[in-house]
Design a protein around this ligand. Structure first.
Ligand SMILES: CC(C)(COP(=O)(O)OP(=O)(O)OC[C@H]1O[C@@H](n2cnc3c(N)ncnc32)[C@H](O)[C@@H]1OP(=O)(O)O)[C@@H](O)C(=O)NCCC(=O)NCCS
Length: 168
């Protein structure tokens, strides 16, 4: 199916069941033990900055954004990002990332962080953070903690705890 058939929509509650299935299919039960998930459990994601991909009414991809602090920087944690196997390699994942980066910047976010593959995310504007400078409530591979920053924030200068903004 061509990329042109895909419509990108701001997430709403009617997408929740489809998103759960997409993430279950992509990550399996192991997704709940990841450090990023520990952060996401601390508070709600921001639906206004989260998007789905729809193919003729069927939700086939999702990306969520969660408001966080990374030390003193107010930003967002990107993820989960997942595309259904039937729709992989059409550019949908990259388009979802481009969309959420644009809306996050517009909303005043100072940085978008994620744990992911640098080869996939570097061309989209993500850079490595300083290994060991940032912590999360659980173990993660520090070399995969990436950031796309705005307003003169330097990814290498980020330091401190990554936590949901609702958590004081
Ligand atoms: C990773 C994922 C979101 C990519 O979505 P997608 O719509 O298929 O990706 P795109 O079409 O935008 O990009 C495809 C390109 O990314 C590459 N790619 C896919 N996953 C990759 C990864 N983990 N690391 C590096 N490159 C990757 C593909 O090989 C392809 O390369 P090419 O353009 O040179 O052929 C999707 O494969 C997926 O849902 N995977 C399972 C869940 C997951 O791993 N999510 C990311 C967590 S950080």
């Amino acid at each position: 199916m061509p990329f042109q058939n895909i419509v990108f929509l701001t997430e709403d509650a009617s997408h929740d069941a489809a998103i759960d299935l997409i993430n279950e299919e992509a990550f399996g039960p192991g997704r709940f033990v990841r450090a990023a998930e520990r952060v996401r459990e601390q508070g709600p994601h921001d639906r206004g900055l989260s998007f789905v991909g729809s193919d003729r009414g069927e939700i086939i991809a999702s990306v969520r954004m969660t408001p966080i602090h990374a030390g003193t920087v107010a930003g967002h944690l990107l993820g989960p990002l997942a595309v259904r196997p039937s729709h992989k390699n059409l550019g949908i994942g990259r388009e979802l990332v481009r969309i959420v980066l644009a809306v996050a910047e517009k909303s005043g976010s100072q940085a978008v962080l994620l744990v992911g593959d640098p080869l996939y995310y570097a061309p989209l504007g993500f850079a490595r953070t300083k290994p060991g400078a940032l912590t999360m409530p659980g173990p993660f591979d520090a070399h995969r903690l990436l950031a796309a920053c705005y307003s003169d924030v330097d990814p290498m200068a980020l330091e401190g705890e990554i936590r949901h903004r609702d958590r004081k």
